[in-house]
Design a protein around this ligand. Structure first.
Ligand code: F6R
Length: 608
């Protein structure tokens, strides 16, 4: 949701900014812009559309200079257009600002400034901030930024330059991510860590409300009152290649293939010699035994991971589990008390609604983050964090982020169950752990895809609608599979708990309707076979996805059967989703869609 990149150092700034923005384009891509200090003026270039449009604009008139800021936008206030692109400048053109987030009181600030005679040129909330900075300027960029943010309500990552403070870049954040990168003799600022990996692995994640000042000479950090403070840097272990496409045509294809190694990384973080590392779960046995209910919260795929993960918690821990959509929970009056465990799930750790749900729960019950992005807001604000170890995920549609979330939730269920039940059900837990250890190898072959997937994708590509159905964990899989198809192939699809179809939706089934039935649960096979029969007898074509040993039971029921290796029933969502991701991917290709950057979307939804 908007990408920010800034540079101060000896190199020409423009190419560094453009490279940085390319790595952040997944966060928003409806317009882009840069501002570079050329020694005399702040030169600004902006374009509507993707970064390529900006690249063409700057190729015509390159901007010299060694300090600059850039932005790639996902519009919130004001349509995607040149004037609404960032950097936004004040009326005099002496201040330039890029912003990620939403300023809730922008309309009041704008009205106030307009009454004082300030002329606005965009519809953005950001322009109100930069115009305010110009008004509050007293000769010091950090002081000006602090004075400005005191007047702001909302969320922001702000990076500003001024012709009055040559060579300086001031950065500040509240509830939107911003990371400073400390290179050899050069400094960077970016919206996320992967964008910094090709230039430096030494990073400092900014704290809310505390500014940093970057120059070619160094980086200084300040507290919220503007007093200088020392801030250490973290060394990031992620490999640079993990944020690059390599030989793959798309990041999404690469990330689908990376799922076995992502699962291996998560397993080695939480297990050792085939046993759980108890201490890694962040809860003591006493805390585990006190829990009376688990609330799982997330948005989109993270919520689907919660729906898949709930089954392990219910089955192994015998605990009631509530699954909450974060954007709903934050506005509900959900009773929570000290015996609840609230688990907030997020790949980015920056999703605004999930953070709001976390803040609602914090102080009322124990909170736990299941997070991929190291150092993200959710990871820092939750009482404890379980990292999912998926590595950087760049494609907008999540794949390895989702599967590692399901895995970590299942590990959490195992760990909690062990601490609560002692030796009871130890055999079932051991079987599950052994099943987990086999998963990466079982998944390898599935990530290859193949002719059957491509053939089905071509058939789906010509349709206007699809139905997915499943029961239990397969219902969660169906929702996730359907979301993938919608978001990257722009193909309408519905996912149903298979038993619900006949309560209304089956009216939509007619001769030729394509239904994808997920049937990986032995205990539910007969019910699924009956549901498949119901839709087929109304003319639907059915593709069934089944665990290998169950496929015989569907022979003659479905038109086509795909199989996944046999595993523990709680683990099938981890294998079954892979062919579904590939089906969406191949369908998107067949429909000519931009797989990594689907329309209207952004990777990290940092606004409500
Ligand atoms: C779908 C997808 C989204 C995210 C959702 C939450 O492919 O990626 O539905 O799952 O926006 O994002 P995080 O996990 O970063 O909180």
């Amino acid at each position: 949701m908007c990408g920010i990149f800034g540079y101060a150092g000896p190199r020409p700034a423009l190419p560094v900014l453009m490279d940085g923005l390319r790595r952040l384009e997944y966060r928003g891509y409806d317009s882009a812009g840069v501002a570079v200090w050329d020694g005399e003026t702040l030169a600004v270039r902006k374009s509507q559309g993707r970064l390529d449009a900006l690249a063409r604009a700057v190729a015509d008139g390159p901007l010299p200079g060694h300090t600059g800021i850039g932005h790639t936008r996902w519009a919130t206030h004001g349509a995607p257009s040149g004037p609404n692109a960032h950097p936004q400048t004040d009326a005099s053109g002496r201040f330039a600002l890029v912003h990620n987030g939403i300023i809730d009181n922008a309309a009041q600030l704008r009205a106030e400034l307009e009454r004082e005679g300030v002329a606005f040129r965009s519809q953005t909330d950001t322009e109100a901030v930069v115009q305010l900075m110009a008004k509050l300027w007293r000769g010091d960029l950090v002081a000006c930024m602090l004075e400005t943010v005191r007047r702001l309500q909302g969320s922001y990552a702000l990076v500003a330059m001024s012709a009055f403070a040559p060579g300086e870049i001031c950065c500040i954040r509240r509830d939107s991510p911003l990371v400073v990168g400390l290179g050899e003799g050069e400094r960077f600022v970016a919206s996320d860590i992967p964008a910094l990996l090709p230039v430096t692995r030494r990073v400092t994640v900014l704290r809310d409300g505390e500014p940093a000042l970057l120059t070619a000479e160094g980086c200084r950090f300040f507290d919220a009152d503007g007093r200088p403070v020392e801030r250490g840097a973290e060394q990031i272990a992620w490999q640079r290649q993990s944020a690059e496409k390599g030989p793959y045509p798309h990041f999404m294809r690469k990330e689908i293939s990376e799922q076995p190694s992502a699962l291996r990384a998560a397993l080695s973080a939480y297990t050792k010699d085939g046993a759980l590392r108890g201490e890694a779960l962040g809860l003591s046995p006493r805390e585990a035994r006190r829990i009376r209910r688990v609330v799982l919260v997330g948005c989109g795929s993270a919520c689907h991971a919660a729906m898949a993960g709930r089954h392990g918690l219910e089955r192994l821990c015998r605990l009631p589990v509530a699954v909450e959509i974060a954007s709903e929970m934050r506005h509900r009056d959900l009773p929570l008390d000290e015996r609840d465990l609230c688990v907030c799930i997020s790949q980015s750790g920056e999703t605004a609604d999930t953070l709001a749900a976390l803040r609602l729960a914090r102080g009322r019950c124990r909170t736990l983050g299941v997070v991929n992005a190291v150092g993200s807001t959710l990871a820092r604000e939750a009482d404890s964090v379980l990292y999912t170890h998926a590595g950087p995920e760049i494609a907008v549609a999540t794949t390895k982020g989702y599967t590692t979330q399901v895995l970590v939730l299942t590990l959490l269920a195992l760990g909690l169950a062990g601490m609560r039940a002692g030796e009871a059900d130890a055999q079932e837990r051991a079987a599950l752990l052994a099943g987990m250890a086999r998963l990466p190898a079982q998944m390898e072959a599935l990530t290859e895809g193949g002719e059957a997937v491509r053939r089905m994708a071509h058939a789906c590509a010509g349709r206007t609608s699809l139905f997915y159905m499943g029961r239990g964990v397969d219902y969660a899989q169906a929702l996730e599979a359907s979301l993938k198809m919608k978001e990257i192939a722009y193909l309408h699809s519905e996912a149903y708990a298979a038993g619900e179809l006949k309560h209304g939706t089956i009216a939509l089934v007619e001769p030729g309707t394509q239904v994808i039935a997920l049937a990986t649960q032995p205990a539910l096979l007969a019910k699924m076979a009956a549901n498949i029969h119901e839709v087929r007898s109304r003319g639907a074509r059915v593709l069934a996805l089944a665990a290998r040993s169950l496929s015989e039971g569907l022979r003659g029921e479905a038109d086509e059967i795909w199989t996944i290796p046999d595993t523990e029933p709680l683990l099938t969502p981890l294998l079954g989703i892979v062919p579904m991701q590939l089906l969406a991917y191949e369908t998107a290709l067949a429909r000519g869609c931009d797989v990594d950057k689907p329309r209207n979307l952004a990777k990290s939804v940092t606004v409500e």
